[in-house]
Design a protein around this ligand. Structure first.
Ligand SMILES: [Zn+2]
Length: 460
């Protein structure tokens, strides 16, 4: 047989289904074969390393406008950070401006990423207008490769009422797409916030109290009931509480097509971070907020037993100096969002696999395979099957790393995970057969990431 262009030798292949010792033969941009003793014009030694399909991060916000500022990673820096951390596919969002059609907004957002992102990317469409002209665009968008639609139950300018949520669910469900929802009850959040401000609670310590677990619990339950009636599949983003996870599990138990995502910050950190002295707690302000230790443990249990299906980062970084500081006098003015695009795989390995919550196969499923399936990219992404894109991560399970902001490639002046001890870290990342990152440094070309047309959701 003619030698392969590249052979990744002697690795332990970890997929959602199995763990095997094998070489991977790559031709061009695809995996061509798995086997023993494969010959290649070039080789990469993976002895002692795990070899996984590239990470698929289903939830990131690069260069996203947020009031007076925008998230500080753009498609260049954010995708380089992703690659260095073992993520080769990003799913970001299109947020249409008033007066723009959804198709126009999609073209503009694609143009922002194309030629700049170094990893492949797909896009979700945010729906803030559910009148007929907008909803008539849903079906052609699904055909054009945007099969997931995000709705919000809170935030002025984004929030839909129940009628709007129902209309979105019906239209997207009929078109064969997937509705993603940010679920927090807006009235509960508003009342809690007013009470805190009236009591003079203006610091970041008040942030978690302003978005109680009841807000998430109610909105997840309501969204599931609406989706059940509209017969639409639904994906709850950034599930942060036991209440939210249990509601999703109950709906799935009834046979509903419902999925739940959580994020590394809810699996590794807790609301104790907000009690840091001075304004330091602002570094952890995201919505929903970090939760209790009991919630954190419940989320791990839900990932382990299949009640939650996906882990995305909700990466939305803002500099502490100059951006987070806008809320120094008033916590409600702190830009909401935290960085995390780079450390997802490593955090989930140490805190999930090493801690005994999940197997290596489940780790790969949560970080790669399940998101690829849910957003219609499997098996091209999220698998090591012949014919799949040769997106590979070489992961050293023995590497010990103390996480520091200086070692990360995210364009932001802190990491919420500063000082955490990791046991296992990615050492090389390939995107479609090309080496992008090695030993914590970006070694790939500029750009090269491609827009991915997402298909219909597959069960996960
Ligand atoms: Zn988000």
């Amino acid at each position: 047989m003619e030698p392969f262009d590249l052979v990744v030798q002697n690795g332990t292949l970890v997929t959602a289904g199995e763990t095997v010792r094998a070489d991977i033969g790559i031709r061009g941009e695809q995996i061509a074969a798995l086997g023993q003793g494969l010959r290649g014009r070039e080789t990469l030694d993976a002895g002692g390393l795990l070899v996984l399909p590239g990470g698929v991060d289903p939830h990131v916000h690069l260069e996203m406008p947020a009031g007076a500022v925008r998230s500080s990673d753009d498609f260049v820096t954010g995708s380089i950070a992703a690659a260095c951390g073992g993520t080769t596919t990003l799913l970001d969002f299109v947020e249409p401006e008033p007066g723009e059609t959804l198709a126009q907004a999609l073209q503009a957002r694609r143009a922002q990423a194309e030629g700049r992102a170094v990893v492949d990317f797909g896009l979700h469409m945010t729906l803030t207008d559910t009148r007929p002209p907008a909803l008539a665009e849903v079906e052609p968008l699904v055909a054009a490769g945007v099969s997931s639609f995000k709705v919000y139950t809170t935030y002025d300018g984004f929030r839909l009422d129940d009628a709007g949520l129902y209309a979105a669910l019906e239209a997207v469900g009929q078109a064969g797409g997937l509705v993603m929802v940010h679920a927090e009850n807006d009235v509960i959040v508003g009342q809690a916030r007013r009470a805190l401000l009236a009591a003079g609670r203006t610091g970041p310590q008040a942030h978690p109290l302003s978005r109680p677990a009841a807000a998430e619990g109610e909105a997840v339950e309501r969204m599931l009931a609406l989706a059940e009636t509209a017969q639409a599949p639904v994906y709850i983003v950034h599930t942060s509480t036991r209440r939210g996870a249990e509601a999703i599990a109950r709906a799935r138990g009834r046979g509903q097509v419902a999925y739940g995502e959580t994020c590394p910050q809810y699996l590794v950190l807790t609301e104790a971070e907000y009690a840091r002295p001075g304004f330091e707690g602002a570094k952890f302000v995201c919505s929903p907020p970090l939760r209790s230790e009991a919630d954190r443990v419940a989320l791990w249990r839900a990932l382990a037993n299949g009640q939650l299906q996906s882990v995305g980062t909700d990466h939305c970084p803002f500099f502490y100096r100059g951006a987070k500081e806008l809320g120094r006098e008033l916590f409600t003015l702190i830009p909401g969002g935290i960085p995390g695009i780079e450390a997802r795989l490593a955090l989930l390995y140490t805190w999930g696999v090493r801690a005994g919550w999940i197997s290596p196969g489940r780790w790969v499923e949560l970080c790669s395979t399940a998101p690829a399936r849910l957003f219609g990219l499997y098996p091209r992404k999220g698998s090591l099957l012949p014919g799949a894109d040769a997106d590979l991560v070489l992961f050293d399970p023995q590497r010990r790393v103390t996480l520091r902001q200086e070692m990360l490639h995210e364009n932001v002046d802190y990491t919420p995970y500063e000082g955490l001890e990791l046991h296992g870290y990615p050492v090389a990342t390939l995107r479609r057969g090309q080496l992008l990152a090695r030993e914590g440094e970006y070694v790939g070309p500029q750009g090269g990431g491609r827009f991915l047309a997402c298909g219909r959701p597959q069960a996960a």
